[in-house]
Design a protein. Structure first.
Lengths: 781, 161, 291
C-alpha cells in the first residue's frame, strides 16, 4: 500500500491541477477521472464481476423466473379509492370460480400487537406494516391491497380478483402535506398522536412527528447579514422505478416451515418482518433472496411475502405473485413529495451567517417519510454557527413511502442549493467559490448535532472548480451551467461473512447481502486484498437466511462498506490461520511467519497461499473463518454536479448538454461500479428533475401509472455522464471506503434548476421542471 | 376454449408448444418453454426487457401473442452466445460494467445485436436512438452505450482480416 | 386478460368473412401495440382476435408514379421507413412512423392500427390528413373510400362499421414543388405520446404558397384538419408572415384539454410553435426559401 496526496491512479489516468489557482488542464481530459490517495493491489482495480456470465446470457435467476412444481399464481385486489371505509368484502363469487384455490383478506392475518418492528433502516409500528400488507377497515390510498387470490394461472387469478366485491364508503382524501396539515383535515389514523421534539404528545394529527434542531442565534445571524434570500419549494412524489416488479414465491410446507423466495434488498428483514406479522418464529422461516432487478430502497419493505405465505398455507402449494407495473406504481413505496422553505443570510465577505429551513414531507399512508434525514442533510455542506431546522412527517392518501436513494436529501437539496446559488449571485461571487468559503469540514457541527469526522466536502468542491467542464465555454443561446452539492450518510448496521479455503487455492465467500450492482465483487475484492490473491480466486455466493449469519439490508450505502468489512475481517482470520499452518510446516512459532501479498515466509522458507492451501489436510484440516461486524466508523459522502442545459423558450423543454458528477467515495473498491453508481444516481436525479411525477387526479388516483406516462429518462434523453471520483479516505474503514451508492442522486435537480436559471432567468420552485412548468415560468417572466 | 398448437423456430431449433390464445409470446417463452432470460418489466411495450428478435426484427415479446409465433424464427438472449463463446456484445458488457442489477441486460443485448447486424458502425446518436425503447434504471446508459461502441469496434476489427 | 379466440386468415375474403361472422365481438390485430395493451387493461370486451397480418392486401407497399402510394393497413413502421421510395416521396410520413414508440414498437406498430385506434394524439394521422390520404375500407358487402380527416370520429372510435376492415391507405403522388412535414412535441425525446403535433403540406408556385394543409394532433377529440390555416397560406408569398398567420389560425382552431400531458394553454401555444416550425421545414423540403 502506498499513500500520497491526491493524484490520479493509473487505471483511469487524468491530470488534475492540485497546485495552482484552479486553472484546469484542457488536454488529456478523461470522461472518468479517479483522484486517488491510496493504492492497493486488488482494491481499486476493475475485474469482471463474478456473476457476469449468468447475467449476460439470461441464466441468472430472478424471483419471477422461479417455477416450483405445482405452483399456483396469485393476484392482489387493490383499492380504486384514495381513502375509503371498507363496509364489506364479499369473496364468495371468486372462491367459486373454476381454477381458484384460495382467497385471503386482512381477516386471515393475526391481530397486530402494538409493538415496534425493525423494517430494515429503522423501527415502525407493527400495525402500520400490517395495515399496509392487507387493508383492514379502511383503505388509505389507491392501490392499497385489500384481498388476494391463488389460482391455476395468472389470468384466472386476475379474473378472480376482479370478482371480489368490496363495498366502499369514500372519504375525503389529502394529497399534499399542507392539505393534510390543515386544521380542518380529517384524520387518516384516528389513533395517531403527534410526536414532538422526541416526546409523544396527545395531539391527534396527520403530522406524525415534528423534529426541531437549532444552534446559535438565527435571528441575530439574519440581522447581521447583508443578503437574505428566502423561498419555498415543492416537489412531486416520484418512484424508485426499478425495472423488475416485486415478486414472491412462498411455500408453507406441511412440516410448518415457511420458505420464501423473493426480490428483496434484505432477506433477513423479510424473514423478521414476516415472522412478526404472521406470528411464526424466525427459525421457522427461510428466505432465499433471488437475483434482484433494482431496488434503490424500494425493495426493503415487505408487501406480498406474508400474503403469498397465507395463500400457500391455505392451499398447501407454492404460491407465486408478481406485481404488474401499475401495482408497482400504486402499491409500493414512492418517495415523498415535499414542501420546503429555506432562508439563507450572508455577509458581503461571502460568509454565511444564518441558515433556516422548514421541511414538510408526505409520508404517504403511514408515518415515516424520511423527513428527518432530509433535515439533517439540508445544510450539511455548510459550516454555519446559526441554524434552525424544523421537519414535519405528514401522512397523506398516497402509497406508504419507502426509501429512495439518499431518502429525503434530494428534496432538501433542491431547495437549499437554489437559495445558496441565489445568495452567491447576489453577492457577485462564483457559486463554487461561495460554497468553498463556507464548506463543511472536519469538526463542523451538522444541524442535528453530531460533528463531522474527516469528510471530503472541500475536496469535492475543489474538484468541481478544477474540472475542465467548469471552465469550458457554453456554445449557444439559452444555455446555462449550474452546480450544486449534496450530502448523504453511510450506515453500518450488521453483516456476516464466511470464507472457505479450497485446496486449489481459491476461496468460497459466503455472504447475505443482496447484490444489486456488483457487490459480490466489491466484497470479494476486499478479501482478496487481505489474502494477497486475485479477485477471480474468490468465489462469492449470496445465500439464504439459513446459511449465513444475520446481515442487514443492502441499503444505506452500506454493503461494500460493511459486508466488505466482514470479508476483510474474515480474511484476516484466514491469514492468521495460514500463518499457523505455515509455522507447523516449518516447525516454528506462528508469530515467526510473515505474510505479504499472499506469500508466507519465515527464516528463508516461503510458500504461496495456493500451495499452502493445497496442504491444508496435512496441516490440520480445512481452513475456514467467519466474521461478523457492526461497524461504527461510517463515512458520509459528498457529491456535486456540473450541468449544462439548453432551454427551448418556446416549449419549455430542457436538454441536458453535458453532465459531470463528482463524488467523494473514500476509496473506490471497483472504480467502474462506483462510476456506475454515480452515473445511475445522476440519471435518476435528472429524471426527478425534469419529468418524473405522480400525476394525481382530483379524486386522488394516479393518472400516469405506466412507464409510458411516468417518464423515466431513456438513452436518447441523456449525454454521457462524466464522473470524477474523489478519494478522501474514511479513517473508520480498513480500506478507507465510504458509502457511495446514494449521495449522487442528491444534487442533480438543484444543479439543473440553477442551470435553467442561468439559461433563461427562470427560478424553478417546483419539481418536476417539466416543459409546461418551465414554459409557464419563462413566458411569465 | 381451446389451446393452440404452434410450430416455430427458437434460437435455431424447431420448437412446438401449446398455448392459450390469450398468452403472449413472453408468457410462452417464460412460462411454457422456461426460457426465462427474456424479462418482464412492464408488460405494455415500454421497457424493452422482453425484447426478442422475430423474423429478423426486434419486437417486445409482451405485445406479441404466442399464437403469432407460428412459422416464425425467434431469437432470444439464450441464443446469443455461440456454444461456449460469448458474443462480443456480452464480453463488452462485462468488461465495460454495462450492467448493475442486470435485469435490463438481456433486452439490451438482443436489441444491440440487431443494431450491429444492420449497422456495424453506429454513431453514439444512432445507438441512443435504437435503444430508446429499452429502459435501464441502474446505469444511466453511459456504460451501455460505450460497451455497444466497444463491441462494434471489436467486431469490425475481427471482420477485417 | 379474459379468454379470446385467435384467427389468422390469409386472404382478404376470409378476413372479411371472419368479421362478418363475429361482428362487434371481433377485433383486428395488426401490431397489437394498442390492442393488446387495451385488452389487458380490461378496456375492450371483444372475445375474438383476427390477426390481419397474413392478408396480402394489408401487407403491401406499392408506389405507382403519377398515381401514388398504396400502403397496406398492417404494414409495420419499420418497413415504411425502410422503403427508399417512401423515403423520397413522403418524408412527412417517415417523420411520423419513425417517432411512434421506439425501435421495438416500430417493429410491430402499423399506420392502419394507428388510424383505427383513433387516438387524438395518433402521430401518423395528421400527416395522412395533410397529404390528402384516403382510406380503403372493405366488408363482405363491398368497399368504400373515406378521407383520412373523416376517419376518426371521437377518441377511440372511427368511421368503420362493425363488419368493416381498413384495407389500405392511398396517398396521392406528391406534385413537384410540394413539401410536407410532421412535428410533435413530447417531454422526452422518444417513447412518449404527443402533447401536441402538427402535420403540414404545402405546394409552392412562383414564390407563393399555391396551397397548404395543416392538421393537428392531441388538441381536439380527433386529429383536426384546420382549413383556416391552409387558407391563410394560399396565394400568399412564401415567407414568415404567411406562416405566422397559418400558425395563429392553427392555435385558434385548437380545442385542447388539460391533462397529465399538458395544460390547455400550453397545448395551444405548442400548436402555434409546431405549425410554424413544421411549415418552415415543409417549405425547405419543397425547395422554397423563407427569405
Ligand atoms: C410503448 C408504446 C409507445 C407508443 N408510442 C406511440 C407514439 O409515439 N405515437 C403514436 O401515435 N402511438 C404510439 N403508441 C400507440 C400504438 O403503437 C400506435 O397507435 C400504433 O400505430 C398502433 O398500431 P398497431 O398495428 O399496433 O395496432 P393494433 O394494436 O393492432 O390495433 C389498434 C386498433 O386498431 C384496430 N385495427 C388495427 N388494424 C385494423 C384494420 N386493418 N381494420 C380495422 N381495425 C383495425 C385494432 O382492432 C385495434 O382496435 C405507442 C404504443 C406503445 C405500447
Ligand atoms: S415487458 Fe415488454 S416492453 Fe416491458
Ligand atoms: S442494470 Fe438494472 S435496470 Fe439496467
Amino acid at each position: 500500500m502506498s499513500t500520497s496526496t491526491l493524484k490520479p491512479t493509473s487505471t483511469s489516468a487524468a491530470p488534475a491541477d492540485r497546485s495552482g489557482n484552479g486553472a484546469p488542464h484542457r488536454d488529456g481530459y478523461e470522461p472518468n477521472m479517479v483522484l486517488a490517495t491510496q493504492t492497493f493491489d486488488v482494491v481499486g482495480t476493475r475485474p469482471v464481476r463474478h456473476d457476469g456470465a449468468d447475467k449476460v446470457t439470461g441464466r441468472a435467476l430472478y424471483g419471477a423466473d422461479l417455477a416450483l412444481a405445482g405452483t399456483l399464481h396469485g393476484a392482489i385486489l387493490r383499492s380504486p379509492h384514495a381513502h375509503a371505509r371498507i363496509r364489506s368484502v364479499d369473496t364468495s363469487k371468486a372462491e367459486q370460480m373454476d381454477g381458484v384455490y384460495a382467497v385471503v383478506t386482512a381477516d386471515d392475518l393475526p391481530e397486530a400487537e402494538d409493538k415496534l418492528v425493525d423494517v430494515g433502516e429503522g423501527d415502525t409500528r407493527l400495525s402500520y406494516v400490517h395495515g399496509n400488507v392487507l387493508a383492514k377497515g379502511k383503505v388509505l390510498y389507491q392501490g392499497h391491497a385489500v384481498a388476494a387470490v391463488a389460482a391455476r394461472n395468472q389470468h384466472v387469478a386476475l379474473e378472480a380478483a376482479d370478482a371480489i366485491a368490496v363495498d366502499y364508503e369514500p372519504l375525503p382524501s389529502y394529497m399534499t402535506a399542507p392539505e393534510a396539515m390543515a386544521a380542518d383535515a380529517e384524520l387518516l389514523h384516528s389513533d395517531l398522536r403527534m410526536k414532538e421534539f422526541g416526546e409523544q404528545t396527545d395531539k391527534p394529527s396527520n403530522v406524525a412527528e415534528h423534529f426541531h434542531w437549532t444552534a446559535g442565534d438565527v435571528a441575530e445571524g439574519f440581522a447581521g447579514s447583508d443578503v437574505v434570500v428566502e423561498r419555498t419549494f415543492d416537489t412531486s412524489t416520484v418512484h424508485q422505478g426499478y425495472i423488475e416488479p416485486h415478486n414472491v414465491t412462498a411455500l408453507w410446507n406441511h412440516d410448518g416451515r415457511l420458505h420464501i423466495w423473493c426480490s428483496t434488498q434484505g432477506a433477513f428483514v423479510v424473514r423478521d418482518v414476516t415472522s412478526k406479522i404472521l406470528e411464526v418464529p424466525v427459525s421457522n422461516i427461510k428466505v432465499t433472496p433471488m437475483e434482484i432487478g433494482g431496488g434503490f430502497g424500494g425493495k426493503i419493505p415487505v408487501y406480498m411475502e406474508p400474503v403469498a405465505a397465507l395463500l400457500s398455507r391455505k392451499t398447501g402449494r407454492p404460491v407465486k405473485i408478481v406485481m404488474s407495473r401499475e401495482d408497482v406504481f400504486t402499491g409500493t413505496g414512492p418517495t415523498p413529495g415535499s414542501h420546503v422553505r429555506v432562508k439563507v443570510g450572508a455577509t458581503t465577505d461571502g460568509k454565511i451567517q444564518a441558515l433556516e429551513a422548514t421541511l414538510a414531507y408526505e409520508a404517504g399512508a403511514y408515518p415515516g417519510s424520511f423527513v428527518a434525514p432530509g433535515g439533517m442533510c439540508v445544510f450539511a455542506a455548510y459550516d454555519c454557527a446559526n441554524l434552525s431546522v424544523d421537519c414535519y412527517d405528514v401522512v397523506v392518501n398516497k402509497p406508504s413511502s419507502a426509501a429512495y436513494r439518499a431518502p429525503g436529501a434530494t428534496q432538501a437539496a433542491f431547495a437549499a442549493e437554489q437559495v445558496i446559488d441565489e445568495v452567491a449571485s447576489k453577492l457577485g461571487l462564483d457559486p463554487v467559490d461561495f460554497r468553498l468559503r463556507n464548506a463543511a469540514t472536519e469538526g463542523t457541527r451538522r444541524a442535528d448535532g453530531p460533528k463531522f469526522r474527516r469528510i471530503g466536502c472541500e475536496e469535492v468542491l475543489h474538484a468541481v472548480r478544477d474540472h475542465p467542464h467548469y471552465a469550458a465555454p457554453l456554445t449557444g443561446p439559452n444555455q446555462g451551467r449550474g452546480v450544486a452539492v449534496g450530502f448523504w450518510f453511510n450506515v453500518g448496521l450488521e453483516s456476516s461473512c464466511t470464507l472457505n479455503v479450497n485446496t486449489d487455492g481459491t476461496v468460497h465467500l459466503v455472504e447475505g447481502s443482496t447484490d444489486i450492482g456488483g457487490t459480490r465483487t466489491s466484497i470479494a475484492m476486499q478479501a482478496a486484498e487481505v489474502l494477497g490473491i486475485a479477485a477471480e480466486e474468490i468465489l462469492p455466493e449470496v445465500v439464504d437466511t439459513d446459511s449465513v449469519g444475520f446481515t442487514s439490508v443492502t441499503g444505506g450505502s452500506r454493503t461494500t462498506f460493511a459486508t466488505g468489512w466482514a470479508a476483510h475481517d474474515a480474511a484476516q482470520k484466514i491469514v492468521a490461520e495460514m500463518r499457523a499452518r505455515a509455522a507447523k510446516l516449518w516447525s516454528v512459532e506462528a508469530d515467526q511467519v510473515q505474510h505479504a501479498k499472499g506469500v508466507y515466509s519465515s527464516n528463508g522458507n516461503s510458500i504461496v497461499f495456493c500451495d499452502l492451501a493445497a496442504m491444508s489436510s496435512k496441516t490440520g484440516g480445512p481452513v475456514s473463518a467467519t466474521a461478523t461486524v457492526k461497524p461504527r466508523g461510517v463515512g458520509g459522502s459528498f457529491s456535486a454536479n456540473i450541468v449544462d442545459v439548453e432551454v427551448d423558450p418556446e416549449t419549455g423543454k430542457v436538454e441536458i448538454l453535458r453532465f459531470t458528477a463528482v463524488q467523494d467515495v473514500g476509496k473506490a473498491v471497483h472504480p467502474s461500479y462506483v462510476e456506475g453508481q454515480m452515473q445511475g444516481g445522476s440519471v435518476q436525479g435528472i429524471g426527478w428533475a425534469l419529468n418524473e411525477e405522480y400525476f394525481m387526479g382530483a379524486d386522488g388516483t394516479m393518472k400516469n401509472s405506466s412507464l409510458l406516462d411516468y417518464r423515466m429518462p431513456t438513452t436518447l434523453d441523456l449525454p454521457m455522464i462524466d464522473t470524477c471520483i474523489v478519494e478522501v479516505a474514511n479513517p473508520g474503514h480498513p480500506f478507507g471506503v465510504r458509502g457511495v451508492g446514494e449521495a449522487n442522486i442528491v444534487p442533480p435537480p438543484a444543479a439543473i434548476a440553477n442551470a435553467i436559471h442561468r439559461a433563461v432567468g427562470a427560478r424553478m420552485q417546483r419539481l418536476p421542471m417539466s416543459p409546461p412548468a418551465v414554459w409557464a415560468e419563462v413566458a411569465g417572466s | 376454449m381451446q389451446s393452440i398448437h404452434v410450430r416455430t423456430k427458437i434460437n435455431g431449433q424447431a420448437a412446438e408448444f401449446l398455448c392459450e390464445p390469450r398468452q403472449s409470446l413472453l408468457e410462452v417463452l417464460r412460462d411454457v418453454l422456461r426460457l426465462t432470460g427474456t424479462k418482464e418489466g412492464c408488460n405494455d411495450g415500454n421497457c424493452g426487457a422482453c425484447t426478442v428478435e422475430m423474423d429478423g426484427r426486434i419486437v417486445p415479446a409482451c405485445l406479441v401473442l404466442g399464437a403469432e409465433a407460428e412459422g416464425a424464427d425467434i431469437l432470444t438472449i439464450e441464443g446469443i452466445a455461440e456454444g461456449s463463446a460469448l458474443h462480443e456484445l456480452q464480453n463488452a458488457f462485462l468488461e465495460g460494467a454495462a450492467l448493475q442489477c442486470g435485469v435490463c441486460t438481456p433486452g439490451f443485448i438482443v436489441a444491440s445485436k440487431a443494431l450491429l447486424d444492420s449497422n456495424p458502425d453506429p454513431s453514439e446518436e444512432e445507438i441512443r436512438f435504437w435503444l430508446a425503447n429499452n429502459l435501464c434504471r441502474c446505469t444511466g446508459y453511459d456504460k451501455i452505450v460505450r460497451s455497444v461502441q466497444a463491441a462494434a469496434e471489436r467486431m469490425q476489427q475481427e471482420a477485417t482480416p | 386478460m379474459h379468454w379470446i379466440d385467435y384467427y389468422r386468415p390469409s386472404t382478404l375474403e376470409a378476413c372479411l368473412e371472419a368479421f362478418a361472422e363475429h361482428g362487434a365481438s371481433a377485433r383486428a390485430l395488426a401490431g397489437g401495440t394498442d390492442l393488446l395493451v387495451q385488452m389487458r387493461a380490461g378496456r375492450l370486451a371483444n372475445n375474438v382476435v383476427v390477426d390481419v397480418k397474413a392478408v396480402p392486401e394489408l401487407n403491401e407497399i406499392r408506389y405507382e408514379p403519377g398515381i401514388g402510394l398504396t400502403l397496406g393497413a398492417a404494414v409495420p413502421c419499420y418497413r415504411i421507413y425502410g422503403d427508399p421510395t417512401v423515403q423520397r416521396e413522403y418524408p412527412a410520413l417517415i417523420d411520423s412512423v419513425s417517432m411512434i414508440g421506439g425501435t421495438q414498437i416500430q417493429g410491430r406498430a402499423s399506420v392502419g392500427g394507428n388510424l383505427c385506434n383513433a387516438s387524438p394524439s395518433a402521430d401518423a394521422v395528421p400527416p395522412l390528413i395533410a397529404l390528402g390520404a384516403t382510406c380503403r375500407v372493405a366488408s363482405v358487402a363491398g368497399e368504400r373510400e373515406i378521407p383520412a380527416e373523416d376517419f376518426c370520429t371521437a377518441p377511440g372510435t372511427n368511421a368503420l362499421g362493425e363488419r368493416e376492415v381498413l384495407v389500405s391507405l392511398n396517398l396521392p403522388a406528391p406534385s413537384p414543388d410540394s413539401g410536407a412535414c410532421y412535428l410533435r412535441f413530447i417531454p422526452r425525446n422518444e417513447m412518449d405520446i404527443a402533447v401536441a403535433g402538427a402535420g403540414v403540406s404545402v405546394r409552392l408556385a412562383n414564390g407563393c404558397f399555391d396551397s397548404g394543409r395543416v392538421a393537428l394532433a392531441a388538441v381536439a377529440a380527433t386529429p383536426l384538419l384546420v382549413p383556416a390555416a391552409g387558407a391563410a397560406l394560399s396565394g400568399q408569398p412564401v415567407g414568415r408572415s404567411a406562416i405566422a398567420a397559418a400558425a395563429a389560425a392553427a392555435k385558434a382552431a385548437a380545442r385542447p384539454i388539460s391533462d397529465m400531458r399538458g395544460t390547455a394553454e400550453y397545448r395551444s401555444n405548442l400548436c402555434e410553435v409546431l405549425t410554424r416550425r413544421a411549415l418552415e421545414k415543409a417549405v425547405e423540403r419543397a425547395g422554397g426559401t423563407l427569405g
